[in-house]
Design a protein around this ligand. Structure first.
Ligand SMILES: [Zn+2]
Length: 167
C-alpha cells in the first residue's frame, strides 16, 4: 500500500511516521464540511517498523453505532477497542493501536481542553507499544497531527505536522 503523508518527528530522534493513502482518504470523507455533519472519530492502527524507528499508520476504525456524535462533541465507545483487538489478533500482533482521531467543524483544527484530557488519559491509562501515541484532528481543510509521550509521571503533547486536504 502506498504511503501518503510523511511526518518527521524530531523528538528524541523518533524518526518518520508514514500515513498510508487509504486512512487519509477515509478521513477526508468524515470532514465536517456540511453544516449539520457531526463529529466522527476512532482509533488509529499501525505497525512499528524496527528499522529507523519508523511507524506506518495503516488503517483506522470508523465511527461506531455506539459512539455519541454531536456537531461539537464526540464520544468514542469501547467498540473501537474491540475492533483494534481483532485487527491485532488477525495480524499476529503486528498491527496495533497507535493513536486516536476525531473531526472538528473548523478549517484548521485546535484541540479543546476535553481533547487534551482525553489524550492524556489515553497516554496514562491505555495499553500501547512504546512511549508515543499519535492524535489526529481532522478539520475542514487541514488534518493536524499531535504526538503524545509519557515520561515518568508527566505527559507531553506536541503538534508535529499538518496535511492540507484542499478545498
Ligand atoms: Zn475535539
Amino acid at each position: 500500500m502506498s504511503e501518503f503523508w510523511h511526518i518527521d518527528i524530531d523528538i528524541d530522534g523518533y524518526g518518520l511516521v508514514c500515513v498510508n493513502t487509504s486512512p487519509m482518504q477515509e478521513l477526508a470523507i468524515y470532514r465536517q464540511l456540511g453544516e449539520y455533519l457531526p463529529e466522527s472519530g476512532g482509533i488509529l492502527i499501525g505497525k512499528h517498523l524496527n528499522s529507523g524507528g519508523r511507524l506506518v499508520i495503516e488503517t483506522l476504525t470508523p465511527p461506531q453505532p455506539t459512539d455519541i456524535q454531536g456537531r461539537c462533541n464526540y464520544f468514542r465507545s469501547k467498540a473501537h477497542n474491540e475492533l483494534a483487538q481483532e485487527v491485532w489478533k488477525a495480524s499476529d500482533g503486528h498491527s496495533t493501536y497507535v493513536g486516536l482521531w476525531h473531526t472538528h467543524p473548523e478549517p484548521r483544527p485546535h484541540p479543546s481542553s476535553v481533547d487534551k484530557q482525553d489524550w492524556r488519559n489515553a497516554l496514562k491509562k491505555s495499553g500501547y507499544e512504546g512511549k508515543h501515541l499519535f492524535f489526529f484532528i481532522v478539520g475542514q481543510t487541514y488534518t493536524r497531527c499531535w504526538v503524545g509521550q509519557k515520561k515518568r509521571f508527566r505527559t507531553y503533547i506536541e503538534l508535529v505536522g499538518e496535511y492540507c486536504h484542499g478545498e
